[in-house]
Design a binder for this molecule. Structure first.
Ligand SMILES: Nc1ncnc2c1ncn2[C@@H]1O[C@H](COP(=O)(O)OP(=O)(O)O)[C@@H](O)[C@H]1O
Ligand SMILES: [Mg+2]
Length: 229
């Protein structure tokens, strides 16, 4: 399943801004006339509607970017409970099947020119009970990663560990995007220290956006912030 044009968006952690960045990136790519596809193989958390259960992440990306595709294609494994997929599969009675992810991925890269894959937390997250870790899926897809990091205390350690893990696994980190930057001096120093120590390009610094909330589908100034990036 390798050879596609696209990027895998990975986090140092959960709740670091992966969905916010995916939504902004999809919005920019679409407004520049590309035909991008969003793919979220495994998600947790979402809402019930009269048409079924949908993840917060895919719903938010669709609302921001105008991207539209069947959720069974772009988000095949949707857990309700916000715990690691290996545990959610036990609690909810279905497991992540990598053959199905492979099938959906291959169909999507046939149909679209560019794919933006949103990971589930970090590279070492177990997707199945038998220890299939997320970085193995990234490798199978043959994509490079953009790493999304926080700017607040703790981020140097998380970011350096993730970059080092990716390098050991032979996964290219094409760039780091920081999300939620407050303008604080200590946060600025975190960004500069990470840039210096990792030598990975910092390709975006997304400020703290007032009123943005993925679960509530609240966009705040997301579109104009990304237009300035
Ligand atoms: N740049 C930002 N400014 C303000 N809040 C943010 C920003 N990025 C993320 N958040 C907050 O963090 C929450 C989780 O972000 P999300 O993109 O869903 O994280 P992830 O996909 O990594 O789990 C969002 O609902 C939002 O409230
Ligand atoms: Mg997300």
């Amino acid at each position: 399943m390798s050879g596609a044009k696209g990027i895998y968006i990975i986090g140092t952690d959960t709740d670091v801004g992966k969905t916010v960045v995916c939504a902004g990136l999809m919005y920019l790519l679409k407004s520049k006339g590309y035909d991008p596809c969003y793919f979220k193989p495994v998600s947790s958390g979402g809402r019930d509607t009269e048409n079924g259960f949908f993840s917060y992440d895919a719903s938010f990306v669709k609302a921001v970017s105008g991207f539209d595709e069947d959720d069974n294609m772009i988000n095949p494994f949707r857990f309700r409970i916000p715990v690691s997929p290996h545990l959610a599969s036990e609690m909810e009675g279905f497991a992540v099947d990598k053959e199905i992810i492979r099938d959906r991925y291959n169909k999507l890269i046939e149909k679209y020119r560019y794919i933006v894959v949103e990971g589930c937390g970090g590279l070492a997250v177990p997707l199945t009970k038998d220890g299939y870790l997320q970085f193995q899926l990234v490798k199978e897809m043959g994509l490079g990663c953009i790493l999304i990091s926080r700017t607040t205390l703790g981020t140097i350690n998380h970011t350096l560990l993730t970059v080092s893990f990716a390098q050991n696994a032979g996964i290219p980190i094409k760039g780091i995007v920081f999300s939620g930057f407050s303008g604080d001096d200590a946060e600025r120093d975190n960004i500069e220290t990470i840039r210096h120590l990792t030598k990975v390009p910092v390709i975006g610094v997304i400020p703290k956006i007032e009123g943005i909330n993925v679960e509530d589908k609240a966009l705040g100034e997301l579109k104009s912030v990304f237009e300035k990036q």
